[in-house]
Design a protein around this ligand. Structure first.
Ligand SMILES: NC(=O)c1ccc[n+]([C@@H]2O[C@H](COP(=O)([O-])OP(=O)(O)OC[C@H]3O[C@@H](n4cnc5c(N)ncnc54)[C@H](OP(=O)(O)O)[C@@H]3O)[C@@H](O)[C@H]2O)c1
Length: 267
């Protein structure tokens, strides 16, 4: 970058290339389209296509990692040492503690953890929540904040640890519950044709959630099992199911009502 460019804030510079590792997959492709529509040239790579890491980091001052959770830190450790100090390394991973730590350890660049709380099926980020975990530097942070805000995203900032704690409920607990419903459905042995005729609107909503989760089993399994708080969440799950089972085995509507009354009404 020449001296003139350095004096400008990153948002005022000529549109620079954005590199997305995993840009051939669901979220990577979504963000490739987003940056492209914002006028930024985008370079994407997958396992078998696109530029290699040295070429991508040479050309792109912004690198985004959007690969499956299980290989994220490995990819970060490869790309991190190639990053320049005045560039940005960012990830889209659904968990933040491990990837953000890996980005800080592997690079000297600015580092930002980002978690879009929506999937690649959404048409735009307008009205969608996005979590930012600022980790190193603030030049690029301002650019990202402005760009996302301009497109209507609802931004919230958190430490990676706090993010993962909250995701233990928002994702791990929530998806575990969906999987539980799917497993119960399978045991119940009700055929799809029967369910179609006998389902209520609430059940149809639940079935949609089950279909979504089982369509990407590896993603959801990693989101659940890699959450640092998962053991606490699993034991909470077990304890609450046991309380429900006890009340229903006793056929005690009173006990079941009491359990429901513990839930804050202002949800
Ligand atoms: N999907 C969602 O709803 C969602 C929402 C928010 C955040 N996220 C996060 O976004 C990230 C990507 O998820 P996704 O659902 O987009 O996954 P995906 O559709 O499976 O895409 C994964 C991408 O990573 C590439 N890839 C796989 N293994 C790789 C490796 N070893 N080295 C380099 N590239 C590799 C794939 O390339 P090829 O297949 O072309 O080789 C593909 O481009 C994850 O961290 C996830 O937690 C996902």
């Amino acid at each position: 970058m020449d001296g003139g460019e350095e004096l400008k804030s990153v948002g005022e510079r000529e549109k620079f290339p954005v590199g997305i590792i995993g840009g051939t997959g669901g979220m990577g492709r979504w963000f490739a389209r987003f940056f492209s529509e914002e006028g930024y040239p985008v370079l994407v790579s997958g396992r078998k296509e696109g530029p290699d890491l040295p070429e991508m980091t040479e050309k792109c001052p912004v690198i985004i990692v959007s690969v499956p959770i299980g290989v994220t830190c490995e990819v970060i450790r490869k790309v991190g040492p190639l990053m320049k100090a005045d560039s940005l390394l960012m990830d889209l991973t659904s968990l933040k503690e491990e990837p953000v730590r890996a980005m800080l350890e592997a690079s000297v660049s600015e580092v930002l953890g980002l978690h879009p709380l929506f999937g690649p099926g959404e048409p735009s980020m307008a009205g969608q929540n996005i979590v930012l975990c600022p980790a190193r530097g603030d030049q690029w942070l301002s650019w990202v904040r402005e760009l996302l805000k301009k497109n209507g995203a609802c931004l919230v900032e958190a430490t990676p640890q706090r993010h993962d704690q909250i995701m233990a409920f928002v994702q791990a607990g929530n998806h575990l519950h969906t999987i539980l419903m799917g497993l119960i459905l399978q045991e119940a042995g009700l055929e799809p044709a029967i369910l179609e005729c006998f389902s209520t609107p609430v059940l149809r909503t639940k079935m949609g959630l089950i279909r979504k989760v089982i369509s990407q089993p590896a993603l959801y399994a990693e989101i659940i099992t890699r959450n640092p708080e998962i053991v606490r969440m699993a034991s909470l799950f077990e304890g609450k199911i046991a309380e429900l089972v006890e009340a229903t085995e006793k056929r005690s509507a009173e006990e079941l009502t009491k359990l429901m009354e513990k839930i804050p009404a202002a949800l």
